[in-house]
Design a protein around this ligand. Structure first.
Ligand SMILES: [Zn+2]
Length: 150
């Protein structure tokens, strides 16, 4: 083996280049799908790409998706604060498929945020995305009030 040149068996970009590579893939896909494309000049921005199409602006966060890690259907999700800013994930799959999720769910850890109960107004830890009440009791009382039962 002396003098042999080590050749990487890995196909596709190396880990350290994945971010840059998938952003370029996303940009190429957007351009070929009729978007006007603007890129962030910083490596560490909240938004990787801004795209324009049909009079609409899309703020995009580029996510590389390894099929081995996420399977065929699961995708890494964005933090809730980014979704609330109107940022959408654009996924670049290992196989080169590119897609935008126009209706993203927040990542699991960010579903546990503080929320204000729609019934009693107390601030509580939201355990489920879209949870509106601090307890089942509170929800029942709220619904009863809505129906005029108490
Ligand atoms: Zn409550």
């Amino acid at each position: 083996m002396h003098g042999a040149i080590a050749v990487s068996e890995q196909i596709g970009p190396q880990t350290k280049h994945r971010g840059g590579h998938s952003e370029l893939m996303a940009c190429a896909w957007l351009l070929s799908n009729g978007y006007e494309v603007f890129r962030n000049v910083s490596q560490h921005g909240e938004i990787d790409i801004i795209a324009l199409r049909g009079g609409k602006v899309f703020y995009l966060d580029c996510k590389y998706v390894a099929v081995a890690t996420y399977g065929k259907t699961k995708r890494p999700l964005l933090p809730k604060d980014r979704i609330l800013m109107g940022i959408l994930p654009i996924y670049v799959w290992e196989d080169g498929t590119v897609e935008i999720d126009f209706n993203p769910s927040p990542s699991l850890k960010d579903r546990e945020l503080q929320g204000e109960c729609a019934g009693c107004g107390v601030v509580f830890i939201v355990k489920h995305y879209k949870q509106k009440f601090c307890s089942g009791n509170c929800r029942n009382h709220f619904n009863m009030r809505q129906r005029g039962e108490n």
